[in-house]
Design a binder for this molecule. Structure first.
Ligand code: PRP
Ligand code: MN
Ligand code: MG
Length: 188
């Protein structure tokens, strides 16, 4: 499948740049969570590639679980109403929980997830995000483990999708308006 005009993919981060960041984050996490039996929770679906690379670099044992969310809106514009669509099955009370996100954009998703976990009396909750887009934050989020700080561009690959496509790409790309797009350019 190829991007239809007027868009094209431009590489933002190579495999090497991604694995360097994954190693840095997993070293920090291994150090901070040693002896704490952390519960690593991936946010479906975008985080799955990042999570699977990250946990394989950790030098500590972890339990893995997932949480599903969806935001309700009309098509592309989110209403900011986030619903939890799949709950983790692990015990949460008393646990040191590490939430794994591919990207923090408005922060609304992570805010809803934090609210969900805090109801279950964990020992601690921390966030690890491969990418952070601070220009788009609508709420205050504290990302303890942050990979790349990125500009306000739409990114795909390495788990991130455009309408469910491109998650499988091993590198990260920006979706750019093609130079000759003219008035076909999107109006959003
Ligand atoms: C994307 C991304 C984050 C969230 C970030 O997920 O993977 O989970 O949006 O946006 P926010 O900071 O504005 O809340 P999406 O809802 O597209 O689902 P997906 O992970 O299945 O692609
Ligand atoms: Mn997601
Ligand atoms: Mg998505």
């Amino acid at each position: 499948l190829a991007v239809k005009p007027p868009f094209e993919l431009k590489r933002l981060y190579s495999r090497e740049e991604i694995s360097e960041v994954v190693r840095r984050l997993s070293a920090q996490i291994s150090r901070d969570f040693a002896g704490k039996d952390p519960l690593v929770v991936g946010v479906l679906k975008g985080s799955v590639i990042f999570l699977s690379d990250l946990v394989r670099e950790l030098s500590i044992p972890t339990e893995i679980d997932f949480i599903g969310t969806s935001s309700y809106g009309n098509g592309t514009t989110s209403t900011g109403q986030i619903k939890i669509t799949a709950e983790p099955t692990a015990r949460l009370a008393g646990r040191h929980i590490l939430i794994i996100e591919d990207i923090v954009d408005t922060g609304l998703c992570i805010e809803a997830i934090m609210k969900y976990f805090s109801k279950h009396k964990p020992a601690s909750i921390s966030i690890c995000a491969l990418m952070d887009k601070p220009a788009r934050h609508q709420v205050r989020v504290k990302i303890a483990y942050s990979g790349f700080t990125i500009p306000d561009k739409f990114v795909v690959g390495y788990g991130l999708d455009f309408s469910q496509h491109y998650r499988h790409l091993p590198e990260i790309f920006t979706m750019e308006e093609a130079p000759d797009a003219g008035q076909l350019a999107s109006d959003d």
